[in-house]
Write a protein that binds this ligand. Sequence first.
Ligand code: ADP
Length: 339
Amino acid sequence: MSETAKASKRILSGMQPTGTSGLHIGNLEGALRNWVRLQDESTLYCCIVDWHSLTTRYADTQQLWEACLILAAEYIAAGIDPKRSMVFIQSQVKEHAELHLLLSMITPLGWLERVPTFKEKRELISDKGEGDESISYGLLGYPCLQSADILLYRPLGVPVGKDQAAHLELSREICRRFNHLYGPVFPEPKSIISEVTAVVPGLDGRKMSKSYGNAIYLSDSADVVADKVKNAFTTTTKLRKTDPGVPETCVVCQLRRVYDPEGYSTSWDEDRAGIRGCMQSKKELTEILNTALEPIRQRRAELLSDKGELENILKDGADRARETAVETMDLVRKAMGLR
Ligand code: ADP
């Protein structure tokens, strides 16, 4: 596709820097792989949303910068090309803050209070006995900031995981409200849901998530992966090799399907028929996973060994992202009667 045609197809994607463990293979298969594919047909803005991480983790910011660098290294190691795409940190493009402020003026409070993730976080915090003071104004305004992140680039769409298709709806409502009040500045961003993206199960059979402690990380060494797979849940009623397995509910079989889409079905048949044991399946899965993850691990380590260069890449990404952000803010200010 020509560069001009690509430029008109801007896409915004982003993740939070949530600590030094970085991304897990659920994030990789459920989100990042899809972004990598989208680079061929669109201009990708690949944001590291550090301000978002402050909505809940504002008290401990010591590792925030390190977490941003790790996330940048993981984006790139997974295949985001920082020359073609904008890899940048949200807080380095201050226009995100200005648009957030303006959107916060027009967003009804009730819309924010009804957001399920806000309600859940509020309950979680009160369950922990931390009291209402730990629920900040910023946490309530999270969807406004997210809307600003998206609308700032007037993108065609936003890639969303199958598990979070509803999240974009509020941004679309805020977008419609802005356009209704001040004229059509923003195209309504579409959800881009990839058909090939899988929901990756965690080692305990729940969805893989950093909050559940059931994840395999891109930072895990080959030995750590082997250990984690050894302890993964399989079919609970399959105690001996000859007992029939149920691959549909076995974590090891599910992960095999994600990482060996061509070859997994024979192993599933053997599992069902009781002619293979869980040990064999785990051993094979470990090899398959480590083969797939090794190049990413190596590239990640290389990038993190030169933080200065990584910071240059992020600065360059922010400079290029800002070009569009500045244009958008001119349109926004004019539409709102600001100068
Ligand atoms: P976590 O659940 O670990 O906190 P996030 O909610 O930060 O993950 O998700 C970041 C991105 O990764 C989202 O696009 C989400 O759809 C995707 N993602 C997270 N976990 C999984 C999973 N287990 N399978 C597929 N995609 C996932």
